[in-house]
Design a protein around this ligand. Structure first.
Ligand code: PLP
Length: 282
């Protein structure tokens, strides 16, 4: 494949990273994952905006404007003849310099982006997934899409080892989000999810689902729900660019309601598909 490296395009074989890359040594960088449907980006502007917010928050200077990076990302799809469902991963680190916690001076950021095919998780979108609950032991700036994902990696691995797909994270019993997605609970016709504070990633799909819920006149309540609310939930779901609107049907080995994806989740899935221009198999 062709990789975007800095602001030009190279073969993936030619992309190497020096040992004193700050992403490798400190996780000193940020990233984005952007969904592609039928060779077209979904929510591209939202992802580019978040990339700039993350960069500003960690004081990384980006060598391009929003317009320029948007054009580079579009060119990346063209260069790879991307016409399928997929995703782009983009990473920006503070650069390469002798190892020192202090920021290096006059060192340019290192950037790369690649495209990968990614079919939709049809079976799981239909039947839902099982999750576990775990303490959220991350830092206080989870709104930054930082490369420091060790707590997320460990939480997801624990879920996997228990035959589950995700870990729902909570701080003192209040659910923040999942290890790589946002979390929602439906009760009495209302959707509850953690507000957009520093304790969660402000998901692009979360933003979209909020507006879709408003269009559907389903109340969208930005209040954290509690782990103990889960046992009485009518429905649950999670969202992310790769998982879309994914029903949660089982938490800590207990069924949610009757163990089937619920009607509000289904409505949001349909609205999402329509918004993303996803063609349904008939
Ligand atoms: N929360 C976390 C911790 C994530 O890593 C992600 C995405 O990977 C999300 C939420 C969902 O964000 P988005 O909808 O922008 O993909």
């Amino acid at each position: 494949p062709i990789i975007l490296s800095q602001t030009s395009f190279i073969s993936s074989d030619d992309l190497t990273y020096p040992y004193q890359e700050r992403a490798l040594q400190f996780g000193d960088g940020i990233y984005e994952v952007i969904r592609i449907y039928g060779g077209r980006y979904y929510l591209l502007e939202e992802h580019v905006n978040r990339l700039f917010r993350s960069a500003e928050a960690v004081k990384i200077e980006l060598p391009f404007t929003k317009r320029e990076v948007t054009d580079l990302l579009l060119e990346l799809l063209e260069k790879n003849n991307m016409n399928e469902d997929g995703k782009v991963y983009m990473q920006v680190s503070r650069g390469t310099a002798p190892r020192d916690h202090v920021f290096p001076k006059d060192v340019p950021a290192n950037i790369y982006a690649y495209v990968q095919e990614l079919p939709r998780a049809e079976e799981k979108l239909q039947n839902g997934v099982s999750v576990i609950t775990q303490r959220d032991v991350r830092w206080e700036n989870c709104y930054i899409k930082s490369l420091n994902l060790l707590p997320n990696v460990l939480a997801k691995q624990t879920a996997k080892e228990q035959g589950c797909d995700e870990a729902i994270l909570h701080r003192d019993g209040r659910v923040t989000e999942c290890s790589s997605s946002n979390a929602y609970l439906v009760k009495d016709g209302k959707i509850y999810t953690h507000p957009e504070t520093n304790n969660i990633l402000h998901g692009c799909v979360r933003m979209k689902v909020k507006s879709l819920a408003e269009d559907l006149e389903i109340p969208f309540v930005e209040e954290a729900f509690h782990v103990e609310d889960i046992q009485d939930a009518d429905e649950m779901f999670l969202t992310s660019s790769t998982s879309e609107v994914m029903p949660i049907v089982n938490v800590d080995s207990e069924k949610i309601a009757d163990g089937q994806p619920g009607p509000i989740t289904r409505k949001l899935q349909q609205a999402y598909d329509q918004d993303a221009g996803i063609e349904k198999a008939t």
